[in-house]
Design a protein around this ligand. Structure first.
Ligand code: SAM
Length: 318
């Protein structure tokens, strides 16, 4: 396992996470994206070790590192670790016999560990296989998507999940290239995207033109938005009144989903505005605690560049 990553791991917005979760001794918490266990340890320390945490991650490497970190602090008996997607936590919570949660955290996206290991295929800065699976046991990788999806499917993934204005040209170039050869590595794909970009945009781009396509593929391979939507559709049933839900997102697609979910669940009636009589019977289920998303200050960004796009939203369950 990667020693360096274990040592330099810095959880994003750590103090804000602990503050918004309002950690209560003896409480029951979920860390749905436990990663290296950074936030989990901060939560345990805030409660002097006196809370129970259900920790899930779809990445087996991350879970091994989290387990070691938790053991080294003597908290193993308080943490229940599962290799699972966070969208499937409902059965795990029931299986543990927990009545309800005092708090839940999602720190979305990929870890710097996943990005920095070329074999995981998330980045084109170092060449690696086109993989991008967070869960190494999953069958479909980026290689399958790139080499088998139709032009239309590729275009809509790159447009919807990457918000790239040149989605159509990129999809076309991918399809043309793979008629001659399969696209196997991250650098090969990055150069196909670069070729698809009109020359003047290539030169003026602030980021590498492949950045958006890589984000799009990663979201598609890991079904990231479906995961978030399924989680949100069920999790409110698992909280105690006064429980806290904290979500950190790293791209606008996820943040939009969280923002709209919070707004909708804070409202009473959600019938169309022109409907006079309410038929939905929707009741407010939460109170938003962060009018605007909380973002890291410049010191945190200086220390941890990855934190720069983080947005934290928190709510209290009614
Ligand atoms: C940003 S890292 C979390 C870091 C963690 N909070 C810490 O302090 O160490 C995101 C983690 O979420 C995991 N992940 C992403 N989507 C997931 C999902 N749908 N289900 C379970 N884990 C997921 C990734 O594998 C990664 O380890």
């Amino acid at each position: 396992m990667d020693q360096i990553h274990e040592q330099i791991h810095i959880p994003v917005l750590k103090d804000k996470v602990v503050e918004f979760l309002d950690i209560k001794k003896g409480g029951y918490y979920l860390d749905g994206t436990i990663g290296f266990g950074g936030h989990t340890l901060a939560m345990l320390e805030a409660a002097k070790g006196d809370i129970f945490i259900l920790g899930t991650d779809r990445d087996q490497d991350a879970l091994k590192i989290a387990k070691k970190a938790i053991e080294s602090k003597g908290y193993s008996h308080m943490v229940f670790l599962y290799h699972s997607n966070y969208s499937r936590v409902f059965d795990l919570i029931k299986g543990l016999g927990w009545d309800a949660l005092d708090g839940a955290l999602l720190d979305l996206g990929i870890s710097s560990y996943q990005v920095d290991i070329p074999e995981r295929g998330f980045s084109f800065h170092r060449d690696g296989p086109l993989d991008m699976r967070m869960d190494q046991t999953q069958k479909i990788s980026a290689y399958e998507l790139i080499n088998s999806l139709s032009y239309e499917e590729l275009k809509s993934i790159i447009r919807e999940y990457g918000e790239d204005p040149f989605a159509s040209r990129i999809a076309m170039k991918i399809v043309e290239t793979r008629k001659k050869r399969t696209i196997k590595t991250t650098r090969e794909l990055a150069s196909v995207v670069l070729e698809a970009y009109p020359a003047r945009f290539r030169r003026s781009a602030r980021r590498h033109p492949a950045t958006r396509t890589f984000q799009a593929l990663r979201v598609a391979v890991n079904r990231e938005l479906d995961e978030l939507n399924s989680f949100l559709s069920g999790i409110l049933d698992f909280f105690k009144p006064g429980g806290r839900l904290v979500i950190i997102s790293f791209h606008s697609l996820e943040d939009r989903i969280v923002k709209h979910f919070f707004k909708r669940e804070q409202r009473g009636c959600v019938c169309p505005p022109d409907q006079i009589l309410c038929t939905c019977n929707h009741k407010p289920r939460l109170k938003i605690l962060t009018k605007k998303p909380v973002v890291p200050d410049k010191w945190e960004i200086k220390q941890n560049k990855r934190s720069r796009s983080a947005k934290l939203r928190a709510a209290e369950i009614l």
